[in-house]
Design a protein around this ligand. Sequence first.
Ligand SMILES: [Zn+2]
Length: 111
Amino acid sequence: MHEYTIVMSMLDLCEKHAKGKEIDKLVLKIGKMSGIEPHFLQDSFDIFKENTICQNASIEINVIDITITCQDCKKEAKVDAFNFFCPHCKSGNTKVLTGEEMHIDYIKLKE
Ligand SMILES: [Zn+2]
């Protein structure tokens, strides 16, 4: 399971970041095209956080929309997954700007 691996590396990262303190909250950014299901990630986190420094931590997931930039008309647009044509000029000559990423936005430590 993909989400399991992500949670494990997240917990690892928290461990390094916290330096012995407890984690209060984790805020993540997940692109709609990242292939990660936010609720699976949430469930995995709740299971695997037991007995780690994240055991009392909550997780907040911000889903990032897919945006593209058009190489022809130079405009940016929000698109649905698997439709990468520019809505302005119908060009297929576009590049994905956001939506593929998955990263930790910030880690809040307990005081
Ligand atoms: Zn265009």
